[in-house]
Design a protein. Sequence first.
Length: 499
Amino acid sequence: MFATGRREMLAMLGALPLLAAARGGGSALPRLGTRRAFSWALLQRQAAAIAARPYRPRQAVAAAEAHDFDTFNAIRFRPEATLADSLRLFPLTRTAPIPVQIHVVDGATARELLYTPDLFEAPAGSPGGLGLSGFRVLYPGKDRDWLSYLGASYFRAPAPDGQFGLSARAIAIDTGIDGAEEFPSFTAFWIEPHGRSRIVVHALLDGPSITGAFRYDSRLTADGVVQDVSSVLHVRRDIARLGIAPSTSMFWYGEGDRAAATDWRPEIHDSDGLAMHTGTGERIWRPLVNPRFSSFNSFADRDPKGFGLIQRDRDFDHYQDDGAFYERRPNLWVEPVGNWGAGAVALYAFPTTGETTDNVVAFWTPAEPTRAGARLTFDYKLTWSARDPAADAPSRVVATRLGTGGRPGEDPRAGQRKLVVDFAGPALTGLDLNSGVRCTVDVANGRAIETHAYPVIGRPALWRATVDVAASGTVPADVRLWLGRGGAALSETIVVPVS
């Protein structure tokens, strides 16, 4: 019943009809400021004007430091102030202590939602809401989110069953460059509710290096949340590494990377791989790892068809977590609109010893240097869902494992590691050792010692590839592996570090 195509889009709701009457008091919450002209074109001009001025950092509210996790959960937005039966506001928190402006759009005008303490119910002795830090959009008839914006330029949406996981950001600046990363923030939002299953969010971004205007046309569908994104960026100063459409996730350990495991659960991660669909049509899978040291990988491409952080393993038995339900975490797939030109999909990761820190970031970085004074535009679609974008590939990687080199039952081979990759899919159905299937392996920073590929007995359409790898020196070997037959690919390509 959540699919947007099953009923006509409701007409844009005006600001005053959106307001629910406050129960008991009879007053309207929240209160609105002066009506002002607004449009996507005006927001772009506003961003350009701000970028022409020196950056002025906004000030955090010091009292928000007292809003720890427990205090934040105890502060409750008054449900009678809900807009359009779905839009609620977040108070300031320790991690989001800087107020943002939030406006409601009505046709060609908008009015600011004014912060007043009575928007929130707070426990005795608490400093209360203190200001607005963001907003959330509720499922129709339910008290849980299908979209939320909170802190810096972060936002997120759940999988179709309502489970949250990874987050997205508007932009990434110098990610993976020691001491240089910058976190521009959304300073203001203009929101257009279109019924309960669609909302258009306009946002103004500002930071020392960049100012931008963003438009997120967000729709709740039966398969998840889809956002059509338009962005216009104005560069204040040179940027060494610009990240477009970034997503951030957590990978502590998994079936192929258990060295960091100290918990009883078999696997703990929000995403287990970076999927890519290149401009040439190749599908690539890069399993995530929890690196011993910070790592940065770059996959050169031109006009990519899509990329994103994916939770491919969706089997409860592989996690055994009956509270966090990692098998239900959403995938986030980025599809560029138009030609993005030359660049690379970047993957940055740093070590983590727990599940509360996002330690993985993926984004597109243009090949052209980002210089002060540049005006850049990027349009793309974000899809938050449980669907694997490689589900229609001839076959895909379904498991990756690492162990000591050599044959089982024999002494390990010094200096060697064994990579084991399982592929499954319709292209492998009915094939056997006489079908001419070949495993192609390329190794950078090392060499392949012994390679095998074969069908797994009793498992139709499941093939296993194994390769013993010797790394060169202390740098992990980069292994690139795929199955083919007669010159045609039977699988996606896996690219994985082995150390």
